[in-house]
Design a protein around this ligand. Structure first.
Ligand code: GLN
Length: 202
């Protein structure tokens, strides 16, 4: 049986929720797994894929920079390491970032995804919401998506494909080995998106 070594960037954010979702998804699709919380550069050589959780992208980005793993992580992703970013994770993958209120900000990101995102598009914490999304890639049944201070994707270019939209706003994309969502599939108990990602990894 294949054992997939799943890295989860372990700086800040909903790390445990992703761990749970990975466990459930691997059990469902019947693959063996090891979960590695990535905090240091050494862990990068042990993983087959990596998840960048939701949280606060400026905090996660700052800790990634401090840890010194930024260049190596970027290199591995550019070489084809499968990566899945949710919410703050999406922001950290994007090549261009602006903020709904502040406009153009010089936020340092990994800059691997051909997309521009607008942070905090839907407003503050209290404007968080749930909605049903049609995501044909994972099946006909709508996906209950949770948006918490979420960004939207304002434009994509090159190979980035749009997977899901919400009222004409792009909220889920894929570019080759990179999968990124504005919302939080790790919070719903519906593991179809994690299953889809993990199947890309082995
Ligand atoms: N608004 C947050 C940011 O800009 C992202 C929120 C989230 O990950 N739930 O980083």
């Amino acid at each position: 049986m294949t054992t997939l070594k799943v890295g989860i960037l372990g700086m800040q954010g909903d790390i445990e929720e992703h761990e749970k979702a990975v466990m459930q998804a691997c059990n469902k699709i019947g693959i063996g797994y090891t979960i590695i919380r990535v905090k240091k550069g050494e862990s990068l050589k042990d993983i087959d894929c990596i998840i960048i959780p939701g949280g606060e992208s400026t905090v996660i980005g700052g800790l990634v920079l401090k840890s010194g793993i930024f260049p190596e992580l970027k290199k591995r992703i550019n070489e084809g390491l499968p990566v899945f970013g949710t919410c703050a994770g999406l922001i950290l993958l994007a090549k261009k970032v602006k903020d709904k209120v502040l406009g153009n900000i010089c936020q340092q990101t990994l800059g691997v995804l051909d997309a521009e995102v607008e942070r905090n598009h839907f407003g503050r914490q209290r404007e968080s919401f749930e909605t049903l999304l049609k995501i044909t890639l994972i099946g006909e049944e709508p996906f209950r998506a949770i948006f918490i201070r979420s960004p939207v994707i304002t434009s994509v270019w090159n190979n980035t494909e749009v997977i899901a939209t919400l009222e004409n706003k792009i909220v889920f994309v894929r570019e080759n080995n990179i999968l990124a969502a504005s919302f939080h599939p790790e919070l719903t108990g519906d593991t179809r998106i994690h299953e889809f990602f993990l199947k890309l990894c082995y």
